[in-house]
Design a binder for this molecule. Structure first.
Ligand code: JB2
Length: 212
């Protein structure tokens, strides 16, 4: 059976899980991964190809598809558009152990990890991570480059802005909006709208000042 060839971008923890998801779906041929480190070992049985300078050569050799498997939302956004600019096409990595309603809509470059549930009329835009055991209920809208972390639960009609991070096992009640590039801490209960570019934590979730 002919399978389209895919290069994975990134070789860290997230790549390990993404590779496993793509292999378990058995739809694509993974030719290898690129990364920034000078590691020379394989990852989950696929070869290390070097850094991103190899990408134009891969394209010439007929590798047309990519998946950016890095967790950091800003880095993932940058790499996603760089690869498209080079001429590659993003694929989705959908675990056969996720449940996605046929009435949900998915963009490109999305991973849906095992145990995740995406219900009817949810919309998941490009380059989003729907992580292990998370739940996205009806009519949610998840904007590009967001990450819904493991075990997070979004009730119906929740909007998550571009690049936002919804932390592990947090809960978001219906019709809440989470602003772009905001962070919801692990275990938080979000019961009111979250503005853009803030971090909220706790039960109920409250804004905190983060010093870098
Ligand atoms: O420009 C780049 C680049 N920058 C960093 N090009 C390519 N091809 N790769 C790049 N990387 C690579 O991303 C690094 O060389 C490294 O292989 C990877 C980052 O790995 P790390 O393990 O630090 O993070 P991660 O993004 O794979 O996983 C994080 O996010 C996940 C969602 C971790 O926090 C995980 O625990 C988490 N599950």
């Amino acid at each position: 059976m002919h399978r389209n060839k895919v290069v994975i971008i990134g070789g860290g923890g997230h790549a390990k899980v993404v590779i496993d998801v793509i292999q378990s779906a058995d739809t694509y041929e993974l030719v290898g991964f690129t990364s920034h480190s000078d590691q020379e070992s394989n990852l989950s049985g696929i070869p290390y190809l070097g850094d991103d300078s190899i990408l134009p050569t891969l394209l010439e050799e007929g590798v047309q598809y990519f998946f950016v498997a890095t967790g950091n939302n800003r880095l993932r956004k940058k790499l996603f558009y760089q690869l498209i600019e080079l001429g590659f096409t993003p694929i989705n990595a959908i675990s056969p152990f996720a449940r996605i309603s046929p009435f949900a809509k998915l963009g490109r470059g999305i991973v849906v990890m095992p145990g995740a549930v995406i219900n009817a009329y949810a919309v998941i835009e490009d380059n989003v991570i729907i992580n292990t055991l998370s739940g996205i209920d009806h009519d949610c809208l998840i904007k590009p480059h967001a990450h819904i972390a493991p075990g997070a639960s979004l009730a119906g009609c929740v909007n998550v802005g571009e690049g936002a991070f919804v932390g592990m096992k947090s809960s978001v009640i219906p019709e809440i909006s989470i602003g772009e590039w905001s962070v919801v801490g692990a275990g938080a209960a979000v019961i009111s709208d979250v503005p853009s570019y803030v971090t909220v934590v706790g039960v109920p979730a409250k804004k905190i000042i983060v010093r870098n």
